[in-house]
Each structure stands twice: as C-alpha cells, then as structure tokens.
Write a protein that binds this ligand. Structure first.
Ligand code: ATP
Length: 496
C-alpha cells in the first residue's frame, strides 16, 4: 500500500463529499478505488458513465443512463447502511450545467453526514468557480517504479517469457513517467512483433516518450549536436558541469550524494547560455526539452496552472533529461497586478516541484538579467548553482575565435592578437558574427580568410555591450555580492 493509497483512504474515511482525482488515467483510478473499497469494507465501489449508467450495484445496474442528474439523486437518497464510493466518469462535461452544479453543491453538504463519496476523475480541467470550494483535489502521480515493475513483470509472466532481473530493471527505469496505459500499449506492440518483452523494447519506450512530448504545446524536443568542447572559455562552469554529471551515477547515490537539481545561467545576450544548455544534454546523453514559458501563459486564465502541472509530468516522463527553461525572466517577471497573480502561482508550482523532485530532471534556466527575476528563484537551494556568464576576456576571445574559425576553415592558422584587442566587449555570438563577416569579405574576392578580414569585420561591428554597459555593471555588482558564481576563472581571479 502506497502513501497515496493512505491519503485516499483518509479522505474517504473523513467523509469527503466530492473528490476530484486529477489524472487522465481513468482505468487506473478505477482499480485504485476498487482496492480502496476492499480495504474500507463494507464500502463498495459503484461507477457511472453516460452510456451504460450505473454499474456495480445489484438490482440497480444501468440506472441513470444518459441522465447524469438521476445518478446524483440516487446517491442523495441512498441511506447510510450501504456506504458507497461513486465514480462518475467524464462528469466534468456535465458540471457546466447549472442544475448539475447546484446538485453537486447540495450533495457536498448532505454527504458530510453520510458515508458516501462522489469521485470525479479527469486530467487538466478548470472547474466552474462555484464548485471550487466544494471539490477536494487529489493528484494521482504517474505510476512509480515499484508499480511499473509489477506491471511489467505481470505482462511478461502472462506472455510466457518472464523477464530477467537486469532487463526488468532497465525497462522499469525507461518506462518511468509513462502512464499505465502507455506502458500497456508499448508492451502490446512488442508482444505482437516479437512475442516477448526484452532489450529491444527500450528504443520503443524512448520513442513513445518522444511522442508524448511531441503532443505538448509547451515543450519542444530539441535535437542538438553542440558539445561542451564547442564552448570557448567559461572554464569554471564547464568544470562544475563535469562534476555534476558524475553525480548522476549509481556510485554517487551509494556515496550518499543527492541527484543534481539544476543550474541558473545569467548573462547578456550571446554569451553562450543556450549553447551551454544544449551542450549539457549532448555531453550527458540526455534528451533536451525546451520549455516555452510564453506558451505556458497563453490562453485562458487558470489554464496556465493546469498546463504547468502537465508539463512537469511530461518532463518527468522523459527523465533522465535536461529541462531547459529559456528566458525565465521574461515569463516569471510578470506583474502580479496585471495577470491576476497567475505568474506567481505558476512560479510557486515550479519552485515546489524543484524543491521536492526526486526524478533525474536537470533544470537549466537562462536569463538576461536579475532585476525581473523573483527573489524566491534566486534563493539558495533552488538551483545547485547560479552562474554569471560575463563577456569573454581576452584569452577566452582567442579561444572562441579559434573554435569558430576551426569549424569553418579547418587547418587555418591565423595570428589573432590584433582582433582580440579590437574585440573587447564582444560577446561569443558577436565573435562568431565577426568570423562569418570576415569570411564573406574573403569569399567575395575568392581568397583565403586573412587576419585583415577579421580586423575589418571587428571594426564594423558595434557590440551590444556598448549600449548595455550599465545593465551589465549592475549584474556584475549583484553577482559580486556572493549570489552567483563567475562562469570563468579569469573573472573570479579579477574579482578576487
Ligand atoms: P540569448 O540571451 O540571446 O539567448 P545566449 O547567451 O543564449 O543568448 P547563445 O544562443 O548560446 O547565446 O549564443 C549564440 C551563438 O554564439 C552560439 O550558438 C555560438 O555559436 C556562439 N557563442 C556564444 N558564446 C560562445 C562561446 N562561449 N563559445 C563558442 N561560441 C559561442
């Protein structure tokens, strides 16, 4: 029996009149309710759906078919000698009806003195506001590893080819975050194709997860080739990431280390924040999911919170993975007065999840500044570390220029001293731009790229830092007060 079962039992015994189990897994909810009814005998489980009417009650089968009101009236008149859990399927559709909503509110008072509970089950849904206070919400998390292990074991047993311990372990791990229905679907396909479950199904499970993400409006599955070796400079950040990578291993778990939570990267445009997010996923061989904060808030008021919960569930479904929250300052920097507090509530959901999560979802959040970031996000313990990505110092500029020249003109060795001097205040992106511009100059005359092209290109570019200097200084001051670490050791030395 899990702690969730315990919680459910408690709510039923406490005579909760209207319970909304927030889950899209109706079949699983029905099984869990059946088990609860057995534990809490003499309670019984009855279920109702629009087509079939009432089920599970002797002599009353079929009652209330196509009549949602009738089934509620039936429960209202039921006496205390037959304590009943009534699962009303798809009922969120009927709650918009004024009569049904009124009846549910009446029941929520009446059932406080009766041992009956009405259970609604649905995924994301915004109940009508007059029902808000009457509904008790219970979130059903996706199946946990012990449940998945039992499920896979049972499927394999039934197929006649039990799984060996190591395959069972791998598959359980890979399926984590999929709903029970999806696991059953993958298993059914595997059995149809190969007659048994095995290693070959891992790829299918991952594909299933990829498709789960593809159905999300808010998450994007990014394919990336960038690696940490493509990042010039930022040595402290890269060293730290190397350490955290090791902390995902079983060995680290045995050593007693917690799973890494995530990192917040702050810095001006073009300093390699997005590049770092992509490189982490690539180097750690984890899928990269980009969360579009803007889309989280689009649409109806109230929908954002439901969407956030769903997004988090989907990300967990992909774990181990990297969840990249791009431009977090733009999304959560909203003014509480202008959006009715939605951004604050969504942020609170995300922060609670980050504090409590036990899954291997590594969050990489990126932001241009701190002035719009809520204080709660910057507090110690939310992220494992906050890094400030400054504009590159001269050695870093050399490194970045070399990387971009090497990528496009391999084997070309150019003296870079003069360009490095003339590119002070350039970001990584601007250095890349300089290289590309210089190559245009050379190509226009059909000759090899030369030092003079780079110098000319650098002199023509007006770096953003020239206009955004004040903002950058404020950011550095903020970081120097100990709230963030410098991403380059050169910067730490200078600061020290
Ligand atoms: P923004 O705040 O505008 O999103 P960003 O910090 O995320 O900017 P990136 O998108 O990572 O910047 O940088 C754009 C491009 O600039 C990268 O794809 C890369 O080619 C180049 N670049 C930036 N920084 C570096 C670096 N440190 N080393 C190598 N290339 C870099």
């Amino acid at each position: 029996m899990t702690s969730w079962d315990n919680h459910l039992d408690l709510l039923i015994r406490a005579r909760t009149p209207l319970l909304w189990i927030r889950s899209s897994e109706e079949e699983r909810v029905e099984v869990l309710l059946e088990q609860a009814a057995k534990r809490l005998q003499p309670r019984r489980l009855a279920s109702w759906d629009f087509i079939g009417g009432l089920k599970g009650v002797l002599n009353e089968e079929g009652l209330g078919a196509r009549q949602p009101m009738a089934v509620l009236q039936w429960l209202q008149q039921l006496d205390a000698s037959s304590p009943t859990l009534l699962l009303v399927k798809d009922f969120y559709h009927f709650c918009e009806d004024a009569g049904i909503a009124r009846m549910l509110r009446n029941l929520s008072v009446h059932l406080r003195h009766q041992p009956h509970t009405v259970v609604l089950c649905s995924g994301p849904w915004t109940p009508p506001s007059d029902l808000d206070d009457s509904l008790t919400i219970l979130d059903l998390p996706l199946p946990q590893e012990p449940e998945l292990r039992t499920l896979l074991e049972n499927i394999a047993q039934a197929s006649g080819s039990p799984l060996s311990a190591d395959v069972l372990e791998e598959l359980t791990h890979a399926c984590s975050g999929l709903s029970e229905m999806r696991v059953r679907q993958v298993a059914a396909r595997a059995l149809a194709q190969r007659g048994k479950l095995g290693w070959a199904d891992l790829a299918e499970v991952l594909e299933e997860k990829r498709q789960t993400v593809a159905r999300s409006e808010v998450l994007e599955y990014c394919v990336t080739e960038a690696s940490l070796a493509d990042i010039g400079g930022l040595d402290s950040l890269k060293g730290w990431l190397e350490q955290r990578h090791q902390a995902f291993s079983d060995e680290a778990r045995h050593f007693g280390l917690p799973l890494p939570r995530g990192v917040l990267l702050i810095g001006p445009q073009g300093t390699g924040k997005s590049l770092t997010a992509k490189a982490i996923a690539h180097n750690w061989s984890m899928p990269l999911l980009r969360l579009d904060v803007g889309r989280l808030f689009a649409g109806l008021v109230g929908a954002s919170e439901a969407r956030t919960r769903e997004t988090i569930q989907r990300a967990e479904a992909m774990s181990p993975c990297v969840l990249w929250i791009d431009e977090i300052d733009k999304g959560f920097g909203g003014d509480a007065r202008s959006d009715g507090g939605t951004s604050q509530r969504v942020l609170a959901n995300v922060l609670t999840w980050m504090a409590e999560k036990t899954s291997a979802v590594f969050v990489v959040a990126t932001a241009n500044g701190v002035e719009r970031l809520p204080g709660e996000l910057l507090r110690k313990g939310r992220f494992d570390e906050i890094f400030l990505l400054d504009l590159p110092f001269s050695e870093e500029r050399r490194n970045i220029l070399e990387l971009h020249i090497q990528r496009r003109r391999p084997n070309l060795n150019l003296p870079l001293g003069a360009v490095i001097d003339r590119s002070e205040g350039f970001s990584g992106a601007e250095l890349e731009q300089t290289v590309i511009e210089a190559m245009h100059l050379a190509f226009a005359e059909r000759r090899e790229l030369g030092e003079s092209d780079l110098i000319l290109a650098a002199s023509q570019l007006v770096p953003l830092s020239r206009t955004a200097r004040e903002q950058l200084n404020a950011l550095k001051e903020w970081a120097a007060s100990g709230r963030a670490r410098a991403a380059s050791s050169v910067a730490s030395n200078l600061a020290g």
